[in-house]
Write a protein that binds this ligand. Structure first.
Ligand code: UD1
Length: 419
Protein backbone atom coordinates (compact mmCIF):
# COMPACT_ATOMS: atom_id res chain seq x y z
CA UNK A 1 0.00 0.00 0.00
CA UNK A 2 1.45 3.37 -1.01
CA UNK A 3 2.11 6.10 1.52
CA UNK A 4 3.45 9.65 1.37
CA UNK A 5 6.51 10.91 3.20
CA UNK A 6 6.26 14.67 3.71
CA UNK A 7 8.88 16.99 5.20
CA UNK A 8 7.67 20.40 6.29
CA UNK A 9 7.12 23.18 6.61
CA UNK A 10 7.38 24.51 3.06
CA UNK A 11 5.41 27.40 1.53
CA UNK A 12 3.81 26.71 -1.85
CA UNK A 13 4.64 28.78 -4.93
CA UNK A 14 3.73 28.27 -8.58
CA UNK A 15 1.04 27.29 -11.07
CA UNK A 16 -1.50 24.45 -11.08
CA UNK A 17 -3.90 23.42 -13.82
CA UNK A 18 -7.21 22.11 -12.50
CA UNK A 19 -8.46 18.75 -13.84
CA UNK A 20 -11.98 17.70 -14.85
CA UNK A 21 -14.40 17.10 -11.98
CA UNK A 22 -14.68 13.58 -10.58
CA UNK A 23 -18.20 14.22 -9.32
CA UNK A 24 -19.32 15.35 -12.78
CA UNK A 25 -17.54 12.55 -14.66
CA UNK A 26 -19.09 9.58 -12.82
CA UNK A 27 -22.78 10.43 -13.47
CA UNK A 28 -21.92 11.36 -17.08
CA UNK A 29 -20.34 7.91 -17.49
CA UNK A 30 -23.53 6.32 -16.15
CA UNK A 31 -25.59 8.44 -18.56
CA UNK A 32 -23.75 6.79 -21.48
CA UNK A 33 -26.04 3.79 -20.78
CA UNK A 34 -29.07 5.86 -21.84
CA UNK A 35 -28.05 5.99 -25.52
CA UNK A 36 -26.77 3.58 -28.16
CA UNK A 37 -23.48 4.62 -29.76
CA UNK A 38 -20.27 6.31 -28.67
CA UNK A 39 -20.36 8.77 -25.76
CA UNK A 40 -17.36 11.10 -25.67
CA UNK A 41 -16.36 12.99 -22.55
CA UNK A 42 -13.49 15.45 -22.99
CA UNK A 43 -11.38 16.66 -20.02
CA UNK A 44 -12.11 13.44 -18.11
CA UNK A 45 -9.75 13.09 -15.13
CA UNK A 46 -7.45 10.08 -14.73
CA UNK A 47 -8.50 8.93 -11.25
CA UNK A 48 -9.03 5.66 -9.45
CA UNK A 49 -12.80 6.27 -9.18
CA UNK A 50 -12.98 6.92 -12.93
CA UNK A 51 -11.16 3.63 -13.54
CA UNK A 52 -13.49 1.79 -11.12
CA UNK A 53 -16.48 3.22 -12.97
CA UNK A 54 -15.04 2.07 -16.28
CA UNK A 55 -14.58 -1.41 -14.77
CA UNK A 56 -18.24 -1.35 -13.80
CA UNK A 57 -19.38 -0.29 -17.28
CA UNK A 58 -17.18 -3.00 -18.85
CA UNK A 59 -18.80 -5.52 -16.51
CA UNK A 60 -22.15 -4.48 -18.01
CA UNK A 61 -20.81 -4.95 -21.56
CA UNK A 62 -19.77 -1.39 -22.47
CA UNK A 63 -16.48 -0.92 -24.32
CA UNK A 64 -14.48 2.06 -23.10
CA UNK A 65 -11.08 3.73 -23.07
CA UNK A 66 -9.43 6.99 -22.00
CA UNK A 67 -7.07 8.47 -24.59
CA UNK A 68 -5.61 12.00 -24.53
CA UNK A 69 -8.01 13.05 -21.79
CA UNK A 70 -11.07 11.94 -23.79
CA UNK A 71 -13.15 9.13 -22.41
CA UNK A 72 -14.97 7.08 -25.06
CA UNK A 73 -17.75 4.74 -24.03
CA UNK A 74 -19.30 2.52 -26.68
CA UNK A 75 -22.80 1.18 -26.05
CA UNK A 76 -23.48 0.09 -29.65
CA UNK A 77 -23.76 -3.59 -28.78
CA UNK A 78 -26.46 -4.72 -26.31
CA UNK A 79 -25.42 -5.02 -22.67
CA UNK A 80 -24.40 -8.42 -21.38
CA UNK A 81 -25.42 -7.76 -17.76
CA UNK A 82 -27.61 -5.46 -15.66
CA UNK A 83 -25.75 -6.15 -12.42
CA UNK A 84 -23.43 -3.81 -10.52
CA UNK A 85 -21.60 -6.42 -8.42
CA UNK A 86 -20.64 -6.11 -4.75
CA UNK A 87 -16.91 -6.18 -5.48
CA UNK A 88 -17.09 -2.96 -7.49
CA UNK A 89 -19.81 -1.16 -5.48
CA UNK A 90 -17.96 -1.72 -2.17
CA UNK A 91 -14.99 0.19 -3.66
CA UNK A 92 -17.07 3.00 -5.13
CA UNK A 93 -20.46 4.09 -3.85
CA UNK A 94 -21.09 6.12 -7.02
CA UNK A 95 -21.86 2.77 -8.70
CA UNK A 96 -25.48 3.42 -7.62
CA UNK A 97 -25.63 5.87 -10.56
CA UNK A 98 -26.25 2.99 -12.97
CA UNK A 99 -29.64 2.27 -11.32
CA UNK A 100 -31.65 4.99 -13.11
CA UNK A 101 -30.06 4.61 -16.57
CA UNK A 102 -30.29 0.77 -16.58
CA UNK A 103 -33.97 0.92 -15.60
CA UNK A 104 -34.79 3.61 -18.13
CA UNK A 105 -32.94 2.07 -21.07
CA UNK A 106 -33.18 -1.67 -20.32
CA UNK A 107 -36.06 -2.04 -17.84
CA UNK A 108 -33.94 -3.88 -15.25
CA UNK A 109 -31.15 -3.16 -12.79
CA UNK A 110 -29.50 -5.16 -10.03
CA UNK A 111 -27.17 -3.06 -7.91
CA UNK A 112 -25.31 -4.18 -4.81
CA UNK A 113 -26.54 -1.95 -1.98
CA UNK A 114 -23.81 0.51 -1.00
CA UNK A 115 -22.89 0.30 2.68
CA UNK A 116 -21.99 3.22 4.95
CA UNK A 117 -18.66 4.88 4.69
CA UNK A 118 -15.82 5.74 7.07
CA UNK A 119 -17.71 8.65 8.62
CA UNK A 120 -21.14 7.02 8.98
CA UNK A 121 -24.32 5.98 7.16
CA UNK A 122 -24.97 7.12 3.61
CA UNK A 123 -28.47 5.97 2.66
CA UNK A 124 -29.75 5.47 -0.90
CA UNK A 125 -33.48 5.43 -0.04
CA UNK A 126 -34.16 8.54 -2.15
CA UNK A 127 -32.63 6.89 -5.22
CA UNK A 128 -34.92 3.87 -4.91
CA UNK A 129 -38.03 5.84 -3.87
CA UNK A 130 -37.42 8.22 -6.80
CA UNK A 131 -37.34 5.47 -9.43
CA UNK A 132 -40.32 3.79 -7.73
CA UNK A 133 -42.24 7.06 -8.22
CA UNK A 134 -41.59 6.56 -11.95
CA UNK A 135 -43.20 3.11 -11.87
CA UNK A 136 -40.24 0.84 -11.12
CA UNK A 137 -40.71 -2.17 -8.82
CA UNK A 138 -37.93 -2.16 -6.24
CA UNK A 139 -37.04 -4.96 -3.84
CA UNK A 140 -33.97 -5.93 -1.86
CA UNK A 141 -32.55 -9.44 -1.91
CA UNK A 142 -29.28 -10.72 -0.47
CA UNK A 143 -27.71 -7.25 -0.31
CA UNK A 144 -28.81 -6.29 -3.82
CA UNK A 145 -31.32 -3.65 -4.93
CA UNK A 146 -33.38 -5.41 -7.59
CA UNK A 147 -35.40 -3.10 -9.76
CA UNK A 148 -37.62 -3.77 -12.76
CA UNK A 149 -39.80 -1.81 -15.14
CA UNK A 150 -40.81 -4.44 -17.71
CA UNK A 151 -43.20 -2.10 -19.54
CA UNK A 152 -40.88 0.91 -19.21
CA UNK A 153 -40.90 3.83 -16.78
CA UNK A 154 -43.67 6.44 -16.76
CA UNK A 155 -43.51 10.07 -15.68
CA UNK A 156 -44.26 10.85 -12.02
CA UNK A 157 -43.76 13.29 -9.21
CA UNK A 158 -41.10 13.08 -6.49
CA UNK A 159 -39.73 15.35 -3.77
CA UNK A 160 -36.19 14.84 -2.44
CA UNK A 161 -35.95 15.33 1.33
CA UNK A 162 -33.17 16.22 2.09
CA UNK A 163 -31.55 17.65 -1.03
CA UNK A 164 -29.42 14.90 -2.56
CA UNK A 165 -26.90 15.27 -5.37
CA UNK A 166 -26.75 11.56 -6.13
CA UNK A 167 -30.49 10.94 -6.03
CA UNK A 168 -31.26 14.02 -8.18
CA UNK A 169 -28.82 12.76 -10.86
CA UNK A 170 -30.13 9.20 -10.72
CA UNK A 171 -33.83 10.03 -10.91
CA UNK A 172 -33.25 12.68 -13.61
CA UNK A 173 -31.45 10.05 -15.74
CA UNK A 174 -34.39 7.68 -15.26
CA UNK A 175 -37.00 10.34 -16.06
CA UNK A 176 -35.52 11.52 -19.37
CA UNK A 177 -36.60 8.24 -21.06
CA UNK A 178 -39.82 7.71 -19.04
CA UNK A 179 -43.17 8.07 -20.86
CA UNK A 180 -44.79 11.42 -20.06
CA UNK A 181 -43.95 14.23 -17.68
CA UNK A 182 -42.01 14.17 -14.44
CA UNK A 183 -41.88 16.82 -11.73
CA UNK A 184 -38.92 16.64 -9.35
CA UNK A 185 -38.94 18.92 -6.29
CA UNK A 186 -36.22 20.05 -3.88
CA UNK A 187 -33.55 19.01 -6.38
CA UNK A 188 -29.82 19.56 -5.93
CA UNK A 189 -28.39 22.56 -7.86
CA UNK A 190 -24.72 21.53 -7.68
CA UNK A 191 -22.72 22.34 -10.82
CA UNK A 192 -22.26 18.59 -11.41
CA UNK A 193 -26.04 18.10 -11.53
CA UNK A 194 -26.41 21.02 -13.95
CA UNK A 195 -23.66 19.63 -16.18
CA UNK A 196 -25.35 16.23 -16.33
CA UNK A 197 -28.69 17.85 -17.18
CA UNK A 198 -27.17 20.05 -19.86
CA UNK A 199 -25.39 17.08 -21.45
CA UNK A 200 -28.68 15.15 -21.48
CA UNK A 201 -30.48 18.13 -23.07
CA UNK A 202 -27.75 18.39 -25.74
CA UNK A 203 -28.37 14.68 -26.46
CA UNK A 204 -32.11 15.30 -26.99
CA UNK A 205 -33.61 15.14 -23.48
CA UNK A 206 -36.25 17.66 -22.39
CA UNK A 207 -35.31 19.02 -18.97
CA UNK A 208 -36.32 22.44 -17.65
CA UNK A 209 -35.25 24.17 -14.45
CA UNK A 210 -31.61 23.05 -14.25
CA UNK A 211 -29.81 24.98 -11.50
CA UNK A 212 -33.09 25.49 -9.59
CA UNK A 213 -34.81 23.29 -7.00
CA UNK A 214 -37.58 22.18 -9.42
CA UNK A 215 -37.05 20.10 -12.56
CA UNK A 216 -39.72 19.50 -15.21
CA UNK A 217 -38.83 16.61 -17.47
CA UNK A 218 -40.72 15.42 -20.52
CA UNK A 219 -39.67 11.93 -21.49
CA UNK A 220 -38.33 11.24 -24.99
CA UNK A 221 -38.10 7.86 -26.72
CA UNK A 222 -34.36 7.92 -27.34
CA UNK A 223 -31.21 10.00 -26.84
CA UNK A 224 -28.16 10.59 -28.97
CA UNK A 225 -24.82 9.55 -27.43
CA UNK A 226 -23.52 12.22 -25.04
CA UNK A 227 -20.80 14.68 -26.04
CA UNK A 228 -19.45 17.06 -23.46
CA UNK A 229 -16.41 18.61 -21.83
CA UNK A 230 -16.25 17.84 -18.12
CA UNK A 231 -16.35 20.97 -15.93
CA UNK A 232 -13.28 21.81 -13.80
CA UNK A 233 -13.13 20.15 -10.41
CA UNK A 234 -14.20 22.81 -7.91
CA UNK A 235 -13.14 20.61 -4.99
CA UNK A 236 -9.67 20.01 -6.42
CA UNK A 237 -9.34 23.78 -6.99
CA UNK A 238 -10.56 24.42 -3.44
CA UNK A 239 -8.06 21.90 -2.07
CA UNK A 240 -5.09 23.66 -3.71
CA UNK A 241 -6.40 27.01 -2.46
CA UNK A 242 -6.71 25.57 1.04
CA UNK A 243 -3.14 24.25 0.66
CA UNK A 244 -1.79 27.77 0.21
CA UNK A 245 -3.85 28.92 3.19
CA UNK A 246 -2.36 26.16 5.37
CA UNK A 247 1.24 26.31 4.15
CA UNK A 248 1.51 29.98 3.08
CA UNK A 249 2.93 31.22 -0.24
CA UNK A 250 1.30 32.17 -3.54
CA UNK A 251 -0.25 29.95 -6.20
CA UNK A 252 -2.05 30.51 -9.47
CA UNK A 253 -4.73 28.08 -10.57
CA UNK A 254 -5.86 27.92 -14.17
CA UNK A 255 -8.84 26.18 -15.73
CA UNK A 256 -11.26 27.17 -12.92
CA UNK A 257 -14.94 28.07 -12.98
CA UNK A 258 -15.18 31.05 -10.62
CA UNK A 259 -18.95 30.84 -10.35
CA UNK A 260 -18.50 27.36 -8.83
CA UNK A 261 -15.84 28.48 -6.36
CA UNK A 262 -17.49 31.48 -4.67
CA UNK A 263 -18.39 29.84 -1.31
CA UNK A 264 -14.81 28.56 -0.93
CA UNK A 265 -13.20 31.87 -1.96
CA UNK A 266 -15.24 33.66 0.73
CA UNK A 267 -13.87 31.37 3.47
CA UNK A 268 -10.31 31.74 2.16
CA UNK A 269 -10.60 35.50 2.47
CA UNK A 270 -11.99 35.08 6.00
CA UNK A 271 -8.90 32.98 6.79
CA UNK A 272 -6.72 35.94 5.78
CA UNK A 273 -5.74 34.98 2.22
CA UNK A 274 -5.70 37.47 -0.64
CA UNK A 275 -7.63 36.08 -3.59
CA UNK A 276 -7.74 37.64 -7.05
CA UNK A 277 -9.32 36.20 -10.16
CA UNK A 278 -9.37 36.86 -13.86
CA UNK A 279 -10.94 34.72 -16.56
CA UNK A 280 -10.40 31.09 -15.58
CA UNK A 281 -7.51 31.91 -13.23
CA UNK A 282 -7.38 32.40 -9.49
CA UNK A 283 -4.32 33.73 -7.66
CA UNK A 284 -4.26 33.09 -3.92
CA UNK A 285 -1.66 34.31 -1.49
CA UNK A 286 -1.15 33.96 2.24
CA UNK A 287 1.66 35.92 3.93
CA UNK A 288 0.27 37.00 7.30
CA UNK A 289 -1.28 35.00 10.15
CA UNK A 290 -4.43 32.90 9.66
CA UNK A 291 -7.70 34.17 11.16
CA UNK A 292 -10.33 31.90 12.74
CA UNK A 293 -13.42 31.13 10.66
CA UNK A 294 -17.05 29.99 11.00
CA UNK A 295 -17.94 27.42 8.34
CA UNK A 296 -21.28 25.70 7.82
CA UNK A 297 -21.62 23.18 4.99
CA UNK A 298 -24.81 23.35 2.96
CA UNK A 299 -26.07 22.25 -0.43
CA UNK A 300 -24.79 24.41 -3.34
CA UNK A 301 -24.50 27.40 -3.45
CA UNK A 302 -23.51 26.91 0.20
CA UNK A 303 -20.08 25.81 1.39
CA UNK A 304 -19.37 22.20 0.19
CA UNK A 305 -19.07 19.30 2.64
CA UNK A 306 -16.20 18.10 0.43
CA UNK A 307 -14.10 21.12 1.52
CA UNK A 308 -14.57 21.24 5.30
CA UNK A 309 -11.68 18.86 6.11
CA UNK A 310 -9.16 20.92 4.12
CA UNK A 311 -10.37 24.16 5.74
CA UNK A 312 -10.05 22.48 9.14
CA UNK A 313 -6.33 21.97 8.42
CA UNK A 314 -6.00 25.75 7.95
CA UNK A 315 -8.17 26.55 11.00
CA UNK A 316 -5.79 24.38 13.06
CA UNK A 317 -3.15 27.11 12.60
CA UNK A 318 -5.42 30.17 12.95
CA UNK A 319 -5.04 32.65 15.81
CA UNK A 320 -8.28 31.91 17.64
CA UNK A 321 -11.22 29.50 17.78
CA UNK A 322 -12.88 28.33 14.55
CA UNK A 323 -16.18 26.47 14.30
CA UNK A 324 -16.92 24.04 11.46
CA UNK A 325 -20.39 22.52 11.20
CA UNK A 326 -21.28 19.85 8.62
CA UNK A 327 -25.04 19.89 8.06
CA UNK A 328 -24.82 17.38 5.17
CA UNK A 329 -22.90 14.69 7.05
CA UNK A 330 -22.82 15.61 10.77
CA UNK A 331 -20.41 12.74 11.55
CA UNK A 332 -17.89 13.56 8.84
CA UNK A 333 -15.03 14.37 11.21
CA UNK A 334 -12.75 11.33 11.17
CA UNK A 335 -9.92 13.65 10.08
CA UNK A 336 -10.16 15.56 13.38
CA UNK A 337 -8.50 12.79 15.39
CA UNK A 338 -5.70 12.39 12.84
CA UNK A 339 -5.13 16.17 12.66
CA UNK A 340 -4.76 16.05 16.46
CA UNK A 341 -1.85 13.62 15.97
CA UNK A 342 -0.14 16.49 14.12
CA UNK A 343 -0.75 18.77 17.13
CA UNK A 344 -4.10 20.34 16.20
CA UNK A 345 -6.60 21.08 19.01
CA UNK A 346 -10.06 20.00 17.94
CA UNK A 347 -13.19 19.05 19.88
CA UNK A 348 -16.21 17.67 18.06
CA UNK A 349 -19.69 18.19 19.58
CA UNK A 350 -23.05 17.62 17.87
CA UNK A 351 -21.86 17.97 14.27
CA UNK A 352 -19.55 20.92 14.99
CA UNK A 353 -15.76 20.84 15.23
CA UNK A 354 -14.35 23.50 17.54
CA UNK A 355 -10.80 24.16 16.41
CA UNK A 356 -8.50 26.13 18.70
CA UNK A 357 -5.60 27.34 16.59
CA UNK A 358 -2.05 26.39 17.60
CA UNK A 359 1.18 28.20 16.69
CA UNK A 360 2.63 25.24 14.78
CA UNK A 361 1.86 21.64 13.79
CA UNK A 362 4.37 18.81 14.21
CA UNK A 363 5.06 15.99 11.76
CA UNK A 364 3.77 12.53 12.75
CA UNK A 365 2.56 9.29 11.14
CA UNK A 366 -1.15 9.59 10.29
CA UNK A 367 -3.75 7.49 8.52
CA UNK A 368 -6.10 8.63 5.77
CA UNK A 369 -9.68 7.50 6.34
CA UNK A 370 -11.47 8.87 3.30
CA UNK A 371 -10.84 10.99 0.23
CA UNK A 372 -11.18 14.55 1.56
CA UNK A 373 -9.85 13.63 5.02
CA UNK A 374 -6.66 12.41 3.35
CA UNK A 375 -6.34 15.70 1.44
CA UNK A 376 -6.59 17.58 4.76
CA UNK A 377 -3.85 15.43 6.29
CA UNK A 378 -1.52 15.99 3.34
CA UNK A 379 -2.01 19.78 3.55
CA UNK A 380 -1.44 19.81 7.31
CA UNK A 381 1.69 17.67 6.88
CA UNK A 382 3.12 20.11 4.30
CA UNK A 383 2.80 22.87 6.92
CA UNK A 384 3.92 20.77 9.92
CA UNK A 385 7.46 20.90 11.31
CA UNK A 386 9.41 17.72 10.63
CA UNK A 387 8.51 14.47 8.91
CA UNK A 388 5.01 13.04 8.47
CA UNK A 389 3.92 9.80 6.90
CA UNK A 390 0.40 9.71 5.48
CA UNK A 391 -0.76 6.10 5.14
CA UNK A 392 -3.54 4.66 2.96
CA UNK A 393 -3.17 7.23 0.22
CA UNK A 394 -5.30 5.07 -2.07
CA UNK A 395 -8.14 7.20 -0.70
CA UNK A 396 -6.57 10.35 -2.14
CA UNK A 397 -5.90 8.66 -5.51
CA UNK A 398 -9.66 8.15 -5.84
CA UNK A 399 -10.20 11.85 -6.38
CA UNK A 400 -6.94 13.69 -7.15
CA UNK A 401 -4.67 13.18 -10.15
CA UNK A 402 -1.01 12.69 -9.07
CA UNK A 403 -1.43 15.08 -6.16
CA UNK A 404 2.08 14.46 -4.82
CA UNK A 405 3.69 15.47 -8.13
CA UNK A 406 1.59 18.61 -8.35
CA UNK A 407 2.33 19.62 -4.75
CA UNK A 408 6.04 18.86 -5.29
CA UNK A 409 5.99 21.18 -8.33
CA UNK A 410 4.77 23.92 -5.94
CA UNK A 411 7.70 23.31 -3.57
CA UNK A 412 6.31 20.72 -1.16
CA UNK A 413 8.75 18.00 -0.06
CA UNK A 414 6.51 15.01 -0.68
CA UNK A 415 7.35 11.55 -1.97
CA UNK A 416 5.21 8.52 -2.74
CA UNK A 417 6.58 5.32 -1.26
CA UNK A 418 5.41 1.77 -1.89
CA UNK A 419 5.34 -0.46 1.17
C1 UD1 B 1 -22.69 14.52 -1.06
C2 UD1 B 1 -22.59 16.01 -1.30
C3 UD1 B 1 -21.74 16.20 -2.52
C4 UD1 B 1 -20.40 15.49 -2.28
C5 UD1 B 1 -20.57 14.03 -1.88
C6 UD1 B 1 -19.30 13.31 -1.49
C7 UD1 B 1 -24.33 17.68 -0.87
C8 UD1 B 1 -25.77 18.06 -1.01
N1 UD1 B 1 -23.93 16.54 -1.45
O1 UD1 B 1 -23.24 13.97 -2.25
O2 UD1 B 1 -21.56 17.57 -2.78
O3 UD1 B 1 -19.60 15.57 -3.40
O4 UD1 B 1 -21.44 13.96 -0.78
O5 UD1 B 1 -18.74 13.83 -0.37
O6 UD1 B 1 -23.56 18.40 -0.29
N2 UD1 B 1 -29.55 11.21 1.64
C9 UD1 B 1 -30.62 10.44 2.06
N3 UD1 B 1 -31.08 9.46 1.23
C10 UD1 B 1 -30.56 9.23 -0.01
C11 UD1 B 1 -29.46 10.03 -0.44
C12 UD1 B 1 -28.99 11.00 0.42
O7 UD1 B 1 -31.12 10.61 3.16
O8 UD1 B 1 -31.02 8.35 -0.72
C13 UD1 B 1 -29.02 12.26 2.52
C14 UD1 B 1 -27.59 12.02 2.94
O9 UD1 B 1 -27.49 11.20 4.08
C15 UD1 B 1 -27.09 13.43 3.18
C16 UD1 B 1 -27.87 14.26 2.15
O10 UD1 B 1 -28.98 13.46 1.77
O11 UD1 B 1 -27.44 13.88 4.46
C17 UD1 B 1 -27.08 14.61 0.91
O12 UD1 B 1 -26.62 13.42 0.32
P1 UD1 B 1 -26.24 13.32 -1.22
O13 UD1 B 1 -26.16 14.68 -1.84
O14 UD1 B 1 -27.06 12.29 -1.88
O15 UD1 B 1 -24.86 12.70 -1.10
P2 UD1 B 1 -23.91 12.53 -2.25
O16 UD1 B 1 -24.57 12.38 -3.56
O17 UD1 B 1 -22.97 11.49 -1.77
Amino acid sequence: MDYFVIDGPTPLMGDVRIAGAKNATLPLMAAALLARGETRLANAPDLRDRRFFLDLLRELGVAGELANGELRLDTTVPLTSHTAPYDIVRKMRASIYVLGPLLAAYGAARVSKPGGCAWGPRPVDLHTAGVAALGAEVTEEHGYIISRAPRGLRGGRFRFEPVSVGATCNVMMAAVLARGETLLENCACEPEVVQLGEALVAAGARVEGLGTRTLHIEGVSSLAPLRCTVIPDRIEAGTFLAAVAVAGGRIRLSGCRLDHLQPVLGVLRDLGCTVASEGDQVVAERRGPLQPVRVITEPFPGFPTDMQAQIMAAAALAGGVSRITDTIYPDRFTHAAELQRLGAQIDVHDGTAIVTGVAALQGAPVMATDLRASAALVLAAVAAHGRSEVRRVYHIDRGYERIEQRLAALGAKIQRMSA
